[in-house]
Design a protein around this ligand. Structure first.
Ligand code: UDP
Ligand code: MG
Length: 311
């Protein structure tokens, strides 16, 4: 079978959280585009425990479009887990992962498929502009990406979760057993032949972003902790630096003691106390973050729980 001929299957994975208000519209637009590609296709929709009637909307769409398969997670597990649920249930030769709010323009899919047919194993849609985001959101994501690439060597600048993956990449991804999921980073780690195409992020089709600031911070910490142990080594570095300082100050203190004027060491004591207290607390906190991650991994809990599955 030739890659991307009429017989091969394209899977689309869409995680959905509180998208009921506009999803019926989005899916029409997406399906119209998929119909234009000469491939069979399936849509795998994951309702990430939405409190609104997203699941009912999905059911209505399923009645209309038999290509839709859908899973309802038992509660809100977060986008990364919903994506994992989708990726573990696709059977396509190529798999596209996208958001359900049309911020990932479906018009790009034919182009992605084209690149895949020409031999790309991962086609990444890269954000050209972040026009719809606030200045503070832009600044914090910039800071995150700079730190991430410094610490881990993976440059995720402009990366989004909008990607096409070859079957082989999805299989390799499934072999990654971690519970702390960071899809973008995991995907970059996998490697394979990668091609990038640029796009502009659109406004949301409706509703509002399901991410809170706290969730974003947590995702950033997961990203660092699961992709880099550098902070732990930094800690050792700091330890060495202070050890050298301690030797110098120790020598000086002893010298004063021996020459008989040891009274004025008080400043040094206070400084040392402050510095060491601060560093050791920071260090313990850092180690705590990693220990927490290890704890989560060894528990071996499932990444998500499916309450209902309609294929
Ligand atoms: N999403 C999800 N679970 C969540 C939050 C979001 O499945 O807990 C989905 C959401 O429905 C959308 C995608 O993830 O399809 C991106 O979410 P959103 O648009 O809220 O994020 P943003 O575009 O602001 O990064
Ligand atoms: Mg969005």
């Amino acid at each position: 079978m030739r890659k991307g001929d009429d017989q091969s299957l394209l899977s689309l994975v869409i995680p959905l959280y509180r998208e009921a208000s506009h999803f019926a519209e989005s899916i029409k637009e997406i399906i119209a585009i998929l119909d234009g590609i000469s491939m069979r296709y399936e849509l795998v929709l994951i309702d990430d425990g939405s409190p609104d009637n997203t699941w009912e909307v999905i059911q209505q769409q399923r009645a209309q479009f038999p290509q839709i398969k859908a899973a309802r997670l038992s509660r809100n597990f977060g986008k990364e887990a919903a994506l994992a649920a989708g990726l573990e249930h696709v059977s396509g030769d190529a798999v596209v992962v996208m958001d359900g709010d049309l911020q990932h323009p479906p018009q790009l899919i034919p182009q992605m498929v084209e690149q895949w047919r020409e031999g790309a194993e991962v086609v990444e849609a890269v954000k050209r502009s972040r026009a719809t985001e606030s200045a503070s959101a832009r600044l914090s994501s910039r800071m995150f990406y700079v730190m991430f690439s410094r610490l881990t060597g993976f440059d995720l600048h402009g990366a989004s979760d909008y990607k096409l993956m070859d079957r082989r990449v999805v299989d390799a991804w499934r072999g990654m057993g971690e519970r702390n999921l960071f899809f973008r980073g995991m995907n970059a780690w996998l490697g394979f032949r990668r091609v990038q195409i640029q796009y502009d992020v659109d406004e949301r089709a409706g509703g509002e972003s399901g991410w809170s600031k706290l969730q974003l911070i947590r995702l950033a910490m997961t990203a660092f902790a699961s992709f880099s142990s550098a902070p732990l080594y930094l800690l050792i570095g700091a330890g060495f630096a202070f050890a050298i300082l301690a030797v110098i100050l120790g020598a000086q203190t002893l010298f004063h003691k021996l020459t008989g004027n040891a009274v004025d060491g008080f400043t040094t004591v206070i400084l040392l106390l402050l510095i060491l207290g601060c560093v050791s607390m920071l260090g313990m906190g850092l180690i705590g973050i990693y220990v927490a991650r290890i704890y989560e991994e060894v528990k071996q809990r499932p990444r998500y729980v499916i309450a209902e599955w309609k294929a």
